[in-house]
Design a binder for this molecule. Structure first.
Ligand code: NDP
Length: 434
């Protein structure tokens, strides 16, 4: 805390992990030796740099960008790039810290990293986005490599932006090795990667519910966000027979008591992905109820899937959901629930899964993209989906193994933290102090 007094999100993430590891470490003192915990919370390297580019009016713009190379104990740094005005060191350090455990949980050899910029892609032309991505790569390229650091997308960074950055990387290095995942299918992307986080989240929820003899069939689900994770979470929920009654963005929430259908979802995706439009446009065009400035958590549901951004669900939201009988909350976004909200869910004995377990399907499939690129062989949709399902099942099993709550249930927070920690910590101990 003394070192990072102005990094609340980073401190929040570290606190959540350390509190839940404390019993385990007390019972296994080797993990407190050789300064392991201090080394684990300190990023191996933090890069901050200036990005200058020229907008459509001919004016020069200056943004700030970062890459946090948090931990490479089990493989090259891996984690997305985020473009959003809120991006700062605290948010990226929290994301890189979380990513380290999440990547370990996938069982694939990937270390943890994260990066991004305070560049706001909203309202920018295609040319401006491309020039910004290229300008950013003029510095970032020297820190990346297939065996060094492999970024991907995140908020504000989809296949288009990844394509511009990967293209510039190749131009600058004269090397076509895989240094980005989430690429378009036309140049090395993996089938199912766009769907993977949302699908993986719902596969995980399915395991959680089945552990309590329930399924998604017929359950009411609220989803927040309407970006990549939200869209495919909705799609998989529909395929498993659930009724999804909300979606949102930073403007507000659409509430649809009848529930999404594949046709309605296709329209939402068209508005968000092709027109770069708003949930409000979708609600208006479909004649649905829209609540400006509101989040989805006031709606009565069985399952809540926060898929937008960090700290979007607080203790009051959690109490409202619990009062209305929520049975399961699983994070599609990274740290969308505040620590206090998580406490409310756990006290109420609602099933609750932290993002590092339930949204790990995206990075897992990025790992599969790296393998396909290294093999120079694309796998079929079914093959990637089968591996994604099996990875999510394994993550669930590991959470159950390490997360026994002493009364026949699973503390998914502890299970995910301990399982991820053991893998990273063993690798760090084996590699000596550096
Ligand atoms: P997108 O940019 O595709 O979508 C983000 C969505 O969240 C948009 O609907 C956006 O609305 C909304 N949003 C952003 N900020 C806020 C806010 N302050 N209040 C309310 N809504 C907000 O991003 P992704 O879907 O890729 O990512 C969503 C979350 O999932 C992030 O936390 C990300 O780190 C996490 N994640 C993503 C993975 C992936 O594979 N994509 C993998 C694992 C985690 P608006 O358009 O108004 O900004």
């Amino acid at each position: 805390r003394a070192r990072d007094p102005q990094q609340p999100e980073f401190l929040q993430a570290v606190q959540e992990v350390m509190v839940s590891l404390s019993d385990f470490i007390a019972a296994h003192p080797k993990y407190a030796e050789s300064g392991l915990l201090d080394r684990l919370v300190e990023p191996e390297r933090v890069i901050q740099f200036r990005v200058c580019w020229v907008d459509d009016n001919g004016d020069t713009q200056t943004n700030r960008a970062f890459r946090i190379q948090h931990n490479s104990a089990i493989g090259p740094f891996k984690g997305g790039m985020r473009f959003h005005p809120s991006v700062n060191l605290s948010i990226l350090k929290f994301l890189a810290f979380e990513q380290t455990f999440k990547n370990a949980l996938t069982t694939l050899p990937m270390g943890g990293g994260k990066g991004g910029s305070d560049f706001d892609p909203k309202g920018k032309s295609r040319g401006e986005v491309m020039r910004f991505c290229q300008a950013l790569m003029l510095e970032l390229y020297r820190h990346l490599g297939a065996d060094t650091d492999v970024p991907a997308g995140d908020i504000g960074v989809g296949a288009r932006e990844v394509g511009y950055m990967a293209g510039m990387m190749k131009k600058l290095t004269n090397n076509a090795a895989c240094v980005f995942t989430g690429k378009s299918l036309s140049f090395g992307g993996s089938l199912i990667r766009p769907e993977a986080t949302g699908y993986g989240l719902v596969y995980f929820v399915d395991h959680m519910l089945r552990s309590k003899q329930m399924t998604l069939e017929g359950l009411r689900v609220s989803v927040s966000g309407s970006g990549n994770v939200a869209q495919y979470a909705i799609e998989k929920c529909l395929q498993l027979g659930a009724r999804v009654v909300t979606a949102s963005d930073s403007g507000g929430t659409v509430i649809d008591e009848e529930g999404f259908t594949p046709e309605k979802l296709a329209m939402l995706m068209h508005i968000k992905n092709d027109r770069y439009g708003r949930v409000e446009d979708y609600a208006r065009e479909r004649g649905l109820r829209y609540e400006a400035g509101r989040k989805p958590w006031g709606v009565k549901v069985d399952v809540a899937l926060p898929c937008a951004t960090q700290n979007e669900l607080d203790a009051d939201d959690a109490r409202t959901l619990v009062k209305q009988g929520v049975k399961c909350v699983a994070e599609g976004a990274n740290m969308p629930c505040t620590l206090e909200a998580v406490d409310v869910f756990q006290h109420a004995k609602a099933l609750y899964a932290p993002g590092k377990a339930s949204n790990a399907g995206g990075v897992a499939t990025s790992g599969l993209e790296m393998t396909q690129n290294a093999q120079r062989l694309p796998w079929t949709r079914d093959e990637v989906d089968a591996r994604l399902r099996s990875i999510m099942a394994d993550i669930h099993t590991n959470c159950v193994r390490y997360g026994d709550n002493g009364s026949g249930g699973t503390d998914y927070v502890r299970g995910a933290n301990v399982a991820g920690f053991v893998k990273v910590a063993d690798a760090m101990l084996a590699q000596g102090v550096w």
